[in-house]
Design a protein around this ligand. Structure first.
Ligand code: GLP
Length: 242
């Protein structure tokens, strides 16, 4: 795992976009794993700008989202499908329908998880997976305590995650869903390259555990230590406990 500390969120976005530009130049039909949350937003802005400038194209790219809330209706602004459509898919030249996510509207959620895992397996999993990190160390929505070899599954959000994400729901924790579908840790680890972005003091403890802690279910992101091509991009605030 390689850690790079950069001064600003913009510098992180540039560096992350360089990685994706290199991938798309070498492999225009790459499989890209996308993440939600605020951390990757500057990256999506930068990818949009590079696409508009003709430096990169997503025309042949297939995308797989990490996770999705259960219980939000189609079109809800905080549905991750809506978030990715708004912040990336519709802003670049990616084909409508080329960005896939687990179907949290399905009646049988277990079957939907299995179907998503099979779809990713059939595509050969991701060439590059973009990741953020929760303050409790989750990646995707793999909350602490779950098995390290998990595949796409239904997870229960921790109180801490629901509190963290209440800012997107008018600061109303009751409005934050309690359940989600998420790629498992083993699903995420299938990606040929992992690219994690973390900014701000709130992520400092999770980054310390990720970089200096033992691999442990208590800090799910630590599984990344076992990946042979993982890049962690952080700002000085997120690196402040190292
Ligand atoms: C959510 C997402 C995660 C993301 C995390 C961090 O919980 N499911 O994939 O990494 O938020 O969000 P932020 O980047 O806004 O801090």
């Amino acid at each position: 795992m390689k850690l790079v500390i950069l001064d600003t969120a913009e510098a992180i976005a540039q560096r992350a976009a360089d990685e994706i530009e290199a991938l798309l130049t070498a492999k225009p039909n790459a499989i890209l794993g996308t993440a939600t949350g605020s951390s990757p937003l500057p990256l999506y802005d930068e990818l949009t700008a590079r696409c508009a400038a003709g430096r990169i194209s997503f025309a042949e790219v297939t995308g797989f989202m990490l996770d999705e809330y259960v219980g939000l209706p189609e079109g809800h602004p905080e549905r991750y499908a809506t978030f990715m459509e708004t912040n990336l898919r519709s802003r670049v030249d990616m084909r409508p329908g080329a960005l896939h996510g687990p179907n949290a509207l399905a009646e049988d959620l277990q079957a939907a998880c299995q179907e998503y895992e099979e779809q990713m397996a059939a595509a050969g999993y991701c060439d590059l997976q973009i990741l953020g990190i929760g303050t409790d160390g989750h990646i995707g929505f793999n909350e602490p305590g779950g098995p390290l070899d998990s595949r796409t599954h239904v997870d229960v959000l921790t109180e801490q995650t629901r509190r963290d994400n209440a800012r997107f729901f008018n600061d109303d924790i009751e409005a934050v869903p309690t359940h989600c579908l998420t790629q498992g840790l083993a699903t995420i680890m299938e990606a040929r390259k992992l690219l994690l972005i973390a900014t701000g003091e709130g992520k400092a403890q999770a980054i310390r555990e990720l970089v200096e802690g033992e691999i442990s279910a208590e800090w799910p992101a630590t599984v990344m230590q076992g990946h042979d091509d993982a890049l962690v991009l952080v700002d000085p605030a997120a690196a402040s406990l190292l």
